[in-house]
Ligand binder design. Structure first.
Ligand code: C2E
Ligand code: SIN
Ligand code: SIN
Ligand code: FE
Length: 415
C-alpha cells in the first residue's frame, strides 16, 4: 500500500483497489474476534501505523472493550473503558466525532492505561467512530504512530472513517452471530444441567470434563476444529433423557435390580425423543449422542444393540468420554476410581465396549486428560445425596456454577 505515502491524495482507482481488498478480507469472517484481528491488521498495513485498536460498545455494562495484543502479539488482554469517561475513545464513542492528537501525552484526554500494559509508547493518535448503516455508533477505530513519524492528517481521517464504514456491517453481523451462538450454547448447558444435577456430585466438572475429552478425542481422530467444536458443544446433552427417570431409580443408593436397570436404559430412548428432528447441527449431533451413547462396539449395548460402525461416530466418541468420567467420579451407587485405573479400563475395553480407533485416540490424549483430572480428589467416600433437597431446585448447580461452566465452554469456543 505504499502508493498511499507517495502523495497526499489517492487516485480514485487506488482507493478502489484498497477498498476492494479490505472488503474482501473482512467479509469472509463471521467470528467476531477473528474479524476484529483481521480488520486491525489490515488497517495497520493500509495506514502504516504502529498500532490499531478496535473498541466495541458493551451497552449492558456501559463500557467500551477491546482485545489488545500484548508482547509478541500472542496474548490478548481485554481492556475496558467506561463509556462516560473523559478519555479519547469514550468521547469518540459518545459524540461520534473524530479526535486527532498530534501529541498524545500532552493531551488530557489521552489515557496511558493501554501503553502501560503493552510496552508501547503512543506519540500520535487518531480515533474515529465505527458506525452501522443506521448511523449508530458501535465503537471506535483508533490508530497510533504513523511509521514516518508524521502527524495524522485529513487524508488519514478520511481513510480510517471509510474503513470503519466498510467494516461496520461485518462487525455488526459478527456481533449478532456471536449473540445467537452464545444464547444457543447457554440454552444447551442450562438444559444439560437440568438433566444432570440430580445424580451428579459435581455437575460442572462432569459436563466440563466430558466436553473437553470429546473435543480432544475428535481432534486426535483428525476431525477439523469446527467439527470437533460441534461435538464438544453437543456432548453435555448426551444424558438429557435422564430427566424422564424417577428419583427412586436414578438416585438409588446401591445396585439397581434387573427391572430397574431396564427402566434406566430408557434414558437413551427419551433423549432420542427429546432431540428428535432437531434442525441445528449441534442438536443433530446431540440427538445421536443421547440415543446411542450406551451402544457398545461388540453389539452388547443398548437401546438397539448396534454394532461397530453402525453406531454413529459421535456416539462412539461420547461413550469413551462418558464412561471414563463416570468411573472417575463418585455416584450414589459407587465410589470414584483412580484416574489410571479408569484409563486401564478404557484400554481393556477396546474392541469390546469401545471402538479400538477411539481407544487409540484416547491413548494419545491421555497425558492431557490426566492433567485435567489431577485436581480431582479420588476415592473420596460418597456423601449420600439428600433426595428431597436435590429435587426441589437447582441446588447442586446454582446459577453461579452454571455461569462458570458456561464461561469456560465459551472461552474454549473462541480458540
Ligand atoms: P453413569 O453413572 O453416568 O455411568 C455411565 C456409564 O459408565 C455406565 O453405563 C457404565 O458403562 C460406566 N460405569 C459407571 N460406573 C461404572 C463402574 O463402576 N464399573 C463399570 N464397569 N462401568 C461403570 P451403564 O452401566 O449403562 O449405566 C447407565 C446409567 O445407569 C449410569 O450412568 C447410572 O446413572 C445408572 N446406573 C448404572 N448402574 C447403577 C446402579 O447400580 N445403581 C444406580 N443407582 N444407578 C446405576
Ligand atoms: C484513550 O486514550 O482513550 C485510549 C488509550 C489507548 O488506547 O491507547
Ligand atoms: C447394574 O449395575 O445394575 C447394571 C450393570 C452395569 O452397570 O452395566
Ligand atoms: Fe447415559
Amino acid at each position: 500500500m505504499q502508493f498511499y505515502h507517495e502523495g497526499n491524495k489517492l487516485t480514485a482507482e487506488q482507493k478502489l483497489n484498497l477498498l476492494v481488498e479490505f472488503g474482501t478480507r473482512v467479509s469472509g469472517e463471521i467470528r467476531l474476534e477473528k474479524l476484529l484481528d483481521i480488520i486491525a491488521q489490515q488497517i495497520t498495513t493500509i495506514l502504516d501505523v504502529g498500532r490499531c485498536t478496535i473498541y466495541l460498545k458493551d451497552i449492558e455494562k456501559n463500557e467500551l472493550w477491546s482485545k489488545i495484543a500484548q508482547g509478541r502479539g500472542l496474548e490478548h488482554t481485554e481492556i475496558r473503558v467506561p463509556l462516560d469517561g473523559n478519555n479519547v475513545v469514550s468521547i469518540v464513542a459518545r459524540t461520534g466525532e473524530i479526535i486527532n492528537l498530534p501529541n498524545a501525552y500532552e493531551d488530557p484526554r489521552f489515557s496511558m492505561d493501554v501503553d502501560m500494559v503493552t510496552d508501547f509508547r503512543t506519540h500520535t493518535m487518531l480515533a474515529v467512530p465505527l458506525k452501522n448503516n443506521a448511523n449508530k455508533v458501535l465503537g471506535v477505530f483508533q490508530v497510533a504512530n504513523k511509521a514516518d513519524g508524521a502527524i495524522f492528517d485529513k487524508n488519514d481521517e478520511g481513510i480510517l472513517t471509510l474503513l470503519a464504514t466498510l467494516a461496520g456491517s461485518s462487525i455488526e453481523i459478527a456481533k449478532l452471530y456471536q449473540d445467537v451462538r452464545v444464547s444457543q450454547l447457554e440454552t444447551i448447558y442450562r438444559l444439560a444441567v437440568t438433566a444432570e444435577y440430580r445424580d451428579q456430585q459435581d455437575t460442572r466438572s462432569h459436563l466440563k470434563n466430558i466436553s473437553i475429552i470429546s473435543y480432544l478425542l475428535a481432534r486426535a481422530l483428525g476431525m477439523s476444529a469446527k467439527d470437533s467444536e460441534l461435538i464438544k458443544n453437543a456432548s453435555p446433552l448426551h444424558d438429557i433423557g435422564k430427566v424422564a427417570l424417577a428419583d427412586h431409580i436414578l438416585l438409588k443408593p446401591g445396585k439397581l435390580t434387573a427391572e430397574e436397570f431396564e427402566i434406566m436404559k430408557s434414558h437413551t430412548i427419551y433423549g432420542g425423543r427429546i432431540l428428535e428432528g432437531a434442525h441445528s447441527k449441534v442438536l443433530k449431533i446431540a440427538h445421536k449422542m443421547s440415543l446411542y451413547h450406551h451402544e457398545k462396539w461388540n453389539g452388547s449395548g443398548y437401546p438397539h444393540g448396534l454394532k461397530g460402525e453402525d453406531i454413529p461416530l459421535e456416539a462412539r466418541i461420547i461413550t469413551v468420554a462418558d464412561v471414563f468420567d463416570a468411573l472417575c467420579q463418585s455416584r450414589v451407587y459407587k465410589q470414584a476410581w483412580k484416574t489410571d485405573e479408569a484409563y486401564g479400563y478404557i484400554l481393556s475395553e477396546a474392541g469390546e465396549s469401545f471402538d479400538p480407533r477411539i481407544v487409540a485416540a484416547f491413548k494419545k490424549i491421555y497425558p492431557s486428560v490426566r492433567k485435567l483430572y489431577a485436581h480431582i480428589a479420588v476415592n473420596q467416600p460418597h456423601t449420600p445425596v439428600d433426595t428431597a433437597e436435590t429435587t426441589t431446585g437447582l441446588n447442586s448447580a446454582d446459577s453461579t456454577e452454571t455461569d462458570e461452566m458456561f464461561k469456560h465452554l465459551i472461552e474454549n469456543d473462541k480458540n
